[in-house]
Design a protein around this ligand. Structure first.
Ligand code: HQG
Length: 176
């Protein structure tokens, strides 16, 4: 993805996941923004073709456009409360969480918490988790016994881009 598209992707992540009111935009309860309104209110130069290109080239499939082509939302990663309409599903036996070594002590103490987001994000494979962890520092990958947690009543959701979401992971099930 070229530099301009990356900047646009970051802008869209910020607006659609965290701060729509930064440009006076309203999201509906499911997190959808009207594309025409988003383009009109956007404070970076943005047109429909660029927006479509960002959505289709996003390496992590961060965004979805509605079937009628009129609305856009982030697939996951929100800090604002949105209802993504995801149904709880049975997870695989293990999922992985990439984090930085500097957070380990606190994570062992408190478990994994969503921090500023709606959910704790988990990856289906270790290499993706390593990349997620690298964003924060020296990466470490925690193995999460997701199926066991599910059997104990924790809900798991699978976002359309393959990211697994859950509300928290208690300290006693965490190992690395
Ligand atoms: C850590 C990216 C101390 C947690 C990625 C993480 C992902 C704790 C950080 C998505 C803690 C939060 C999300 C505790 C959790 N004590 N630290 N008790 N519990 N943490 O960015 O999972 O490129 O909010 O380990 O690919 O890193 O944006 O979450 O290190 O899918 O599309 O607190 O963001 O996608 O960091 O990343 P984040 P994340 P995008």
């Amino acid at each position: 993805m070229n530099r301009d598209l990356k900047d646009t992707s970051k802008f869209l992540s910020y607006i659609l996941r965290h701060k729509p009111d930064a440009i006076g935009l309203d999201l509906d309860p499911e997190g959808w923004a009207n594309i025409e309104e988003l383009i009109a209110k956007s404070d970076i130069s943005l047109d429909l073709d660029t927006l479509r290109e960002v959505v289709s080239t996003s390496d992590k499939k961060r965004f979805a456009i509605s079937a009628d082509g009129l609305f856009i939302r982030a697939n996951q990663g929100h800090s604002i409360a949105v209802n993504l309409g995801l149904e709880p599903v049975e997870p695989p036996e293990f999922l992985y969480h990439g984090t930085a070594t500097r957070f380990l002590e606190s994570i062992r103490d408190q478990g994994l918490l969503p921090q500023n987001r709606q959910y704790v994000h988990l990856s289906a494979d270790q290499s993706t988790a390593t990349k997620v962890g690298q964003r924060h520092g020296k990466p470490v990958v925690l193995t999460i016994p997701a199926l066991q947690m599910h059997q104990q009543g924790h809900k798991f959701f699978l976002a359309p881009n393959g990211v697994w979401l859950t509300e928290n992971v208690p300290p006693k099930v965490i190992s690395d």
